[in-house]
Design a protein around this ligand. Structure first.
Ligand SMILES: NC(=O)c1ccc[n+]([C@@H]2O[C@H](COP(=O)([O-])OP(=O)(O)OC[C@H]3O[C@@H](n4cnc5c(N)ncnc54)[C@H](O)[C@@H]3O)[C@@H](O)[C@H]2O)c1
Length: 350
């Protein structure tokens, strides 16, 4: 039997998404929950992607809580549901987050990953950035460490990671396209295809977790609002009136609510409206996407890919592209096709 063990090193391990990735993987492994939402699962055997029972988790956080404490605090899943996996969760403690941004801090992060790879005899490791929105400088340090450790890098945040340092490793990002923006990238191309003119699109969000608190701050949240805003004009080919708001509303916790009010113009210029109301779960949407990305980035590393992985664009609000590739594709089904084409090619020529 071939072992195929993949390490996932998470910057921001104790956060809502980080703790849900690990708790969720353990629950699925225990047979307590279905592995819903993983696009990588049907490709696992054909592409020799690692199984959920072959993932090993580690990472850094400033909080210092073990993952059981962190998962209970983040309250994505209730304490009772987490109890089944309390012991293995509590065994995962974050490595200390670096205090500075020096070459020595970067070298220490790279050493953490090297030791982790050796201790667990991993076939590969990826670095997943889940730092809070607005932490650009810290995100850049983790990106430099990934480059130094020759480790694929995933930027699920809207942060600027200084991607120029990553040219020798495969990398992807930026800003996970999970709920409202994902649906926007499904609907907008459909309106364009039917020649329904979008006159206006008003998008509101209520979010009560830490990320909601961070992004409701006008300074820190600017990049998130930007990446939620820019793609609409790119998909339609013109700029309608477009408002995006995120309001921090603590009673909802990790359960975010989105409201989209869309003004359309049809035949004879007659106006119509569509209202979309999403009752989502922020980290429940994000966690399986991160697991997919880790598996797919291991595939990219095995195939000696370097630089931005455009075939993973469907996972992101602001997909990285190669300088020569022009503007990124945002329309969801075109992005899905590009993922499927890549995977089919990889299955033919591993
Ligand atoms: N959940 C989603 O649907 C979604 C979608 C798109 C993007 N994202 C992005 O993913 C990121 C994580 O989201 P979250 O909800 O888990 O946020 P969170 O605030 O719950 O978690 C962030 C974690 O990072 C830790 N941290 C802060 N500084 C650090 C440092 N220097 N080193 C290591 N750890 C540090 C914090 O202590 C915290 O545990 C955010 O940037 C968010 O915008 C999430």
């Amino acid at each position: 039997m071939t072992m195929n063990r993949l390490g996932i090193c998470i910057a921001g391990l104790d956060g809502a998404v980080g703790s849900t990735i690990v708790a969720g993987t353990l629950l699925v492994r225990n047979g307590q929950a279905p592995a819903r939402g993983l696009l990588s699962e049907p490709w696992r055997e054909r592409l020799d992607l690692c199984g959920l029972d072959q993932l090993v988790f580690a990472g850094w956080d400033v909080s210092g809580e073990n993952l059981f404490e962190a998962a209970v605090r983040n309250a994505v899943l209730g304490r009772r549901r987490l109890q089944v996996v309390a012991k293995p969760l509590a065994r995962v403690l974050p490595w200390a987050a670096p205090l500075g941004h020096t070459a020595a801090d970067c070298a220490r992060l790279a050493r953490d990953m090297d030791r982790f790879r050796k201790r667990h005899q991993l076939d590969g490791a990826v670095l997943l950035n889940l730092l809070p929105t607005g932490r650009h400088r810290e995100s850049q340090l983790y990106a430099r460490a990934a480059a130094e450790a020759r480790c694929p890098f995933i930027n699920f945040t809207p942060n600027d990671c200084g991607e120029a340092v990553l040219q020798q490793v495969p990398y992807c990002g930026r800003d996970g396209k999970t709920g409202q923006t994902w649906l926007k990238s499904v609907l907008a191309p459909a309106f364009r295809a039917r020649d329904l003119r979008v006159c206006g699109w008003y998008s509101a969000n209520l979010l009560g977790n830490e990320d909601g608190r961070t992004v409701s701050n006008p300074g820190r949240g600017r990049d998130k609002i930007d990446s939620k805003t820019k793609l609409l004009g790119a998909m339609l080919g013109y700029e309608p009136a477009h408002v995006v708001r995120i309001d921090y509303y603590p009673p909802r916790g990790d359960n975010k609510e989105s409201w989209d009010s869309i003004d359309l113009e049809g035949f004879l210029g007659m106006p119509m409206q569509i209202k979309v109301n999403g009752l989502w779960r922020d980290s429940i949407l994000a966690a399986p996407m991160c697991l997919d990305l880790a598996r797919f980035m291991q595939l990219a590393a095995r195939r000696a890919e370097r630089g931005p992985q455009q075939w993973l664009g469907l996972y992101f609000k602001s997909p990285y592209t190669a300088a020569s590739a022009g503007a990124p594709e945002h329309a969801f089904f075109r992005q899905e096709q590009s993922l499927l084409d890549y995977l089919a090619r990889a299955a033919r020529r591993p």
